[in-house]
Design a protein around this ligand. Sequence first.
Ligand SMILES: C[S@@+](CC[C@H](N)C(=O)[O-])C[C@H]1O[C@@H](n2cnc3c(N)ncnc32)[C@H](O)[C@@H]1O
Length: 273
Amino acid sequence: MTDPRRPTSAFHAANADPAVTARLVAALDAQAENPGVRRLREWAHAQLAARPGERALDVGAGTGSETLVLAAAVGPDGTATGVEPHPGLRAVAEQRAAEAGSAARFVDGDALALPWPDGGADLVRCERVLQHLDEPARAVGELARVLAPGGRVALLDTDWATFVLHPVAPEVGPALGAVARATAAAPEAGRRLAGWLAAAGLTVDRVGAEVLLHDPRAITWPVVRGLATAAVGRGLITGAQRDRLYADLTAAAERGAFHLSVTVFAAVAHRPG
Ligand SMILES: C[S@@+](CC[C@H](N)C(=O)[O-])C[C@H]1O[C@@H](n2cnc3c(N)ncnc32)[C@H](O)[C@@H]1O
C-alpha cells in the first residue's frame, strides 16, 4: 500500500517548512474567498444541517475555516474536530480557532485511518482531500465507518478534467491540461464522489457543483507559472511557447478576457439508520 501522505503532494507532512506552509495557507485563503467555493461550501453546510450537540468531523481541515463553521453550529454541547496531518496547517488552524474564540479542535490523523471510533461522528465533511489520495475510495469507506446510523457526510472535490485556461495556443492547451491532471493523485475525484459514497454503503441524497472561476482581469500567476514551468520541465512545451503564453494571458487580462476555471463537485449522503 502506498503512503497516502505521499511526498509528491505539497500537503505531505514532510513539506512543513514555514515557506511551504505560508504558500499553502495563502492558496487556501485565496480559494476560500472565491465566490464559487463560498457558494458550494454554504450549500454543503446547509445540506449537512449541523445541530447543537452533534459530533462533527472535518477531515483534511486545512486552515480550519470550515471546522470553525461546524463548531459554531454544534455549539458548546457538541464537538467539532478537524483532522489535519500537515503540522504547519494544523498549527495555523489551532491559532485561528484560538483567535476566534472557537471550540474547534484539531488533531493529527489520516483519512485512511481516522483517529475516531466506529459510529463516533454525527456528521463528516471532507473537502478537496480525496483528489490527493492514492486510495480515495478506501478513504470514503473510512469516513463511512466513523459515521453513526443516520449521520450525514458531505464530500467536495475538484475534477481536473474540467480545467480551462484561455487564451492558450492549441498546441499548448492539452499540455497544460495534462499537467493540471497530473498534480492530483485522483484528478477525476469530483465526478466519482457519489459513486464512492454509494459503494461505501451510504445513501446519496444530493449532488451539487460550482465553478471555481477566476477574475478575468487578474492572472492567477502561482497557478499559471506552476503549470507552465512543469510543462516545460517535462518537455511538453518549449520555453518560447511558455513566454508566448505569458504574453497572451497578460494581454488578455488587460482587456478583461483572461479565463481560468475548474469545476468543484459536492455529494451529500447519510448512513441508513
Ligand atoms: C486542498 S487542501 C484542502 C483543505 C481544506 N479542506 C479546504 O478545503 O480548504 C487538502 C488538505 O488535505 C490534507 N490531507 C492530505 N493528505 C491527507 C490524508 N491522507 N488524510 C487527511 N488529510 C489529508 C492536506 O494536509 C490539506 O489540508
